[in-house]
Design a protein around this ligand. Structure first.
Ligand SMILES: *Cc1c(COP(=O)(O)O)cnc(C)c1O
Length: 393
């Protein structure tokens, strides 16, 4: 059981805002805030290089902390500034030829899909969108049938930005591994929300951001690269951190996943994200996931009682991201009106997931995403404010 009162007391933002935007940028704990600020201050007072030397153990500790969180080895983790770049570093490091096929899902994230389109245009590779099943999650039978000799990658998002759906990532992994197809998993919304174990999932690459469910600082994230299957993949970018200039015409690439990093980075962010990850490890992802589902289910139940609200979450297992439509309401204006009452929610549009929302005839959806510092009292207050703002129960 989580001590919610204590979690709130240790989260400075809880005193100022009713935050239901963990899927956008969650409220960090004081411990994460202090770890980040302390390093920024140390840099200002001693110089950035001296500060990095002084914080060496803490900076190196980032890798085993993250590895523990996702069930990896420390040398399979790279610090990257956000989930999109982490994903890009994996995706753009793969070589595609004309006719190669990339299999993805309907709920895929826009930035990933834009990259498929770009690579398809440049290389002649093809994008195959595997249809959903009756639950609105990837149809595993259709995925199996779609795999052939031309399939070069299976690439999906574990939890989409636009809803409570949790894709069956482990079942997808079993299919990918059985057919020997590389598997890239966008775990931007899942890591920190639910237990994620790369060994059980069987993915080759996994990309994550710091600021969402991990409650880390903005401008942080990481990439996991499975040693056994990706060690010979040379990163699309190299620099003098990822590789060594060993002869006038020679270089050697680092063996560990840090070959995907570059030399300069947000050192205070590394330390801040480590603090956030340590906290998630200490609280335990099973306990966090249990509490988040309890809150999200409670929020869905409250919203279902509002006459004008339609819940829009898909999937057999629904997580902490709650989405809904309000009849005859301008969602953006509603978000802004709630913001003026110090309530943070957001709107997911077709620009973040075109195939999914357009396919369901939704222009956009309201998104209220809970985290462990939220309370049932806050959910009551939010739903009352929503009903009062749209002017009906
Ligand atoms: C937010 C999000 C991203 C992008 O993460 P950044 O850290 O902003 O790059 C990628 N995929 C999904 C599913 C997301 O929700």
């Amino acid at each position: 059981m989580l001590d919610v009162e204590r979690l709130r007391a240790e989260t400075p933002g809880c005193a100022h805002v009713l935050d239901l935007n963990a899927a956008g940028s969650a409220l960090p704990s004081r411990r994460t805030l202090d770890a980040t600020l302390d390093h920024l201050r140390l840099e200002a007072e001693t110089g950035g290089y001296a500060a990095a030397a002084e914080a060496h153990a803490e900076l190196e500790g980032f890798y085993p902390s993250v590895a523990r969180l996702v069930g990896a080895e420390a040398d399979e983790i790279a610090f990257v500034e956000n989930a999109t770049r982490a994903w890009d570093l994996a995706f753009y490091s793969l070589a595609f030829k004309p006719g190669d096929r990339i299999l993805t899902c309907v709920s895929e994230y826009s930035s990933n899909y834009i990259s498929y389109l770009q690579v398809a245009r440049k290389t002649g590779a093809e994008i195959v969108v595997v249809p959903d099943d009756n639950h609105g999650q990837i149809d595993l039978g259709a995925l199996e049938r779609a795999i052939d000799a031309r399939t070069k990658l299976i690439s999906i998002s574990h939890v989409p930005t636009q809803g409570g759906l949790v894709q069956p990532a482990e079942a997808v992994g079993r299919i990918a591994n059985a057919s020997g197809v590389p598997y890239l998993l966008d775990a931007c919304q899942s890591v920190g929300q639910l237990p994620v174990d790369v060994g059980r999932i069987g993915c080759d690459f996994l990309s994550v951001t710091g600021r969402k469910y991990l409650r880390g600082p903005r401008g942080t994230g990481f990439l996991y690269a499975r040693r056994a299957t990706t060690q010979h993949i040379e990163p699309i970018f190299l620099d003098n951190h990822a590789a060594k200039w060993t002869g006038d015409n020679e270089y050697t690439v680092r063996a560990d996943a840090r070959r995907f990093e570059n030399w300069e980075r947000y050192f205070a962010g590394v330390i801040g994200l480590k603090a956030a990850v340590d906290q998630a490890n200490e609280l335990g992802m099973e306990a966090i996931w249990l509490r988040l589902r309890e809150l999200a289910d409670g929020l869905r139940a409250r919203l279902a009682d509002l006459r004008r609200v339609t819940l829009t979450d898909l999937g057999e297992v629904k997580g902490a991201i709650v989405t809904f439509a309000v009849a005859d309401a301008d969602h953006v204006a509603l978000r802004d009106a709630l913001r003026r009452q110090a309530i943070n929610v957001t709107v997911s549009t077709q620009f973040s997931s075109r195939l999914d929302l357009k396919g369901r005839g939704l222009l956009n959806v309201m998104r209220a995403s809970v985290h462990i510092y939220n309370t049932e009292e806050e959910l009551d207050r939010f739903v009352a404010a929503l009903a009062a703002t749209v002017g009906s129960p």
